[in-house]
Design a protein around this ligand. Structure first.
Ligand SMILES: Cc1ncc(COP(=O)(O)O)c(C=O)c1O
Length: 396
């Protein structure tokens, strides 16, 4: 089946966090903004998912649900087929989202006062999860080397040696700088963490969204030692645009770590799942691989379009080449290095809602994050608004 990713679907009035006017007004101080922020897509889910959810809805009874064997088989088969990692049924925990899982992991593996390492600029709920659980952020800031970001391994190792540092949160692929870490980079990270007793939480929610020239490696699949020292978070939510369904797969091979994690889930009475997300996850992993392959082609076209558009209309802007995710990290420092000022121009003058670079911690000033998972016609409107506002403001 051919899917039409050019179709513009009106999301207003559907309680979409991304499009809701009141939310936009509160977040950006402007009502009639075009949204490219929150990481969900403006594409309809694949047909088999819609059919499975409609079938569930039409049944008409929405009682408590249990996860059937077929649910776990769908996750196991997908992980093996797409990523070459063989996992077992008992390693898989359910949480209603990856951000909740990160919070539970901190509660399970860290004590208040512990240090947790991240790599800014990074997905900002990492900051909140660490601080809300009484721990301290240690930042191994990523370095921009021309066209792509790199890890400062000397700094990483120095920080990992601190006995108070108990956890490293890996974002792989990385949001917002859209790096797909190579196996060699992951190996270096993993070796340093194992040597220094630092547990790795691998947030691999974007692991299926990787472009044709790049290859994603699941961290825990690299070595037995890494699997024993890590927890991995995946989900169909980004891949198949099911974020509102709130179903994530938390894979923990090590029974000691798993038991600690389970205890926290129990303490918070986490386990029940809504029947729609059970149906949707199975349909997604079992029947929608062709949709994903077509989506990736469409997203690559959108990347080419952004490059072309910027070269023509905003030549001093640079899109950091996305290797994965549908989030573009746009360098506008040559126009405005002051993050807050830049964001105000884009929101107020451009009437575009985007995640500001400053939201992501150190290294974010002068950047904006553009969610390009939308029909090209919307992307063109957004780019036109951004370039017009910036040219008017900075070409005086
Ligand atoms: C790296 C990363 N982790 C987690 C999430 C959100 O996870 P969830 O909605 O399952 O809590 C996102 C969403 O953008 C993300 O980019």
């Amino acid at each position: 089946m051919r899917y039409n990713f050019d179709e513009v679907i009106d999301r207003s009035g559907t309680n979409s966090a991304k499009w809701d006017k009141k939310t936009l007004q509160e977040m950006f101080g402007v009502e009639d903004v075009l949204p490219f922020w929150v990481a969900d897509m403006d594409f309809k889910a694949a047909r088999p998912i819609v059919d499975a959810v409609v079938k569930q809805a039409e049944h008409g009874i929405y009682g408590y649900s249990s996860r059937p064997d077929s649910y776990y088989e769908a996750i196991i088969n997908w992980t093996k087929r797409r990523h070459g990692w063989e996992i077992k049924r008992e390693w898989i925990e359910f949480t209603p989202g990856v951000v909740p899982a990160i919070n539970y992991a901190i509660q399970a593996f860290c004590m208040p006062g512990d240090k947790i390492m991240i790599q800014n600029p990074v997905y900002y709920p990492f900051h909140g999860a660490i601080e809300n659980n009484g721990c301290h952020i240690v930042d191994n800031t990523l370095k921009l080397n021309g066209d792509y970001y790199e890890i400062d391994f000397a700094d990483f190792e120095k920080k990992a040696k601190d006995p108070k540092l108990t956890l490293f949160i890996l974002c792989s692929p990385h949001n917002p700088v859209s790096r797909v870490w190579t196996k060699e980079e992951l190996e270096k990270i993993g070796d340093i963490c194992c040597k220094n007793n630092v547990i790795v939480l691998a947030d691999e929610i974007h692991n299926d969204l990787v472009f044709s020239r790049y290859k994603h490696t699941m961290f825990a699949s690299i070595k037995e030692e890494f699997a024993a020292n890590s927890i991995t978070c995946t989900a169909p939510s980004k891949t198949f645009n099911l974020a509102g369904m709130q179903a994530s797969n938390i894979i923990i091979k090590n029974p000691v770590l798993r038991e600690k994690f389970e205890r926290i889930l129990e303490k918070n009475a986490i386990g029940g799942q809504n029947p729609f997300s059970i149906a949707a996850l199975e349909a997604a992993y079992n029947e929608c691989e062709d949709w994903l392959d077509q989506l990736l082609d469409y997203l690559e076209e959108n990347i080419r379009f952004i490059h072309y558009y910027l070269a023509e209309h905003l030549p001093k802007a640079k899109l950091i080449e996305p290797q994965g995710t549908y989030l573009g990290w746009l360098d506008l420092r040559e126009y405005e290095p002051n993050g807050k000022k830049l964001e105000s121009v884009v929101y107020k003058k451009g009437k575009v809602a985007l995640d500001g670079g400053t939201w992501f911690g150190r290294g974010g000033d002068g950047f904006i994050r553009l969610n390009f998972a939308c029909p090209k016609i919307l992307l063109a409107q957004g780019l036109e608004r951004i370039s017009k506002a910036i040219n008017e403001e900075y070409s005086k």
